[in-house]
Design a protein around this ligand. Structure first.
Ligand SMILES: [Zn+2]
Length: 83
């Protein structure tokens, strides 16, 4: 597994948040262009359990300059049946 460290600067005036259903996942998107920027969610285990405090941040890497999705491993998650 490759790990990278990123510093992402967001403008608060264009950060919009959308939550649905349980409200546990915050989807942050640009209120100007609608791009999905990142999501902040509980760090669920594969069995759906959560320790109640650890968070997971999912960044839309396709917004990064010079990012090539094909260069990275893909993990398929069965979200339909896990949550
Ligand atoms: Zn935008």
């Amino acid at each position: 597994m490759r790990t990278i460290a990123l510093i992402v600067a967001l403008q608060a005036d264009s950060d919009a948040v959308y939550r649905w259903n349980s409200k546990q996942v915050a989807n942050h998107f640009c209120s100007t262009c609608g791009c999905d920027i990142y999501a902040d969610s509980p760090a669920f285990d594969i069995n759906g359990s959560w320790d109640g405090k650890t968070r997971k941040i999912a960044l839309n890497a396709r917004l990064l300059d010079n990012f090539e999705a094909a260069d990275w491993p893909v993990t398929v998650i069965d979200g339909k049946n896990l949550w």
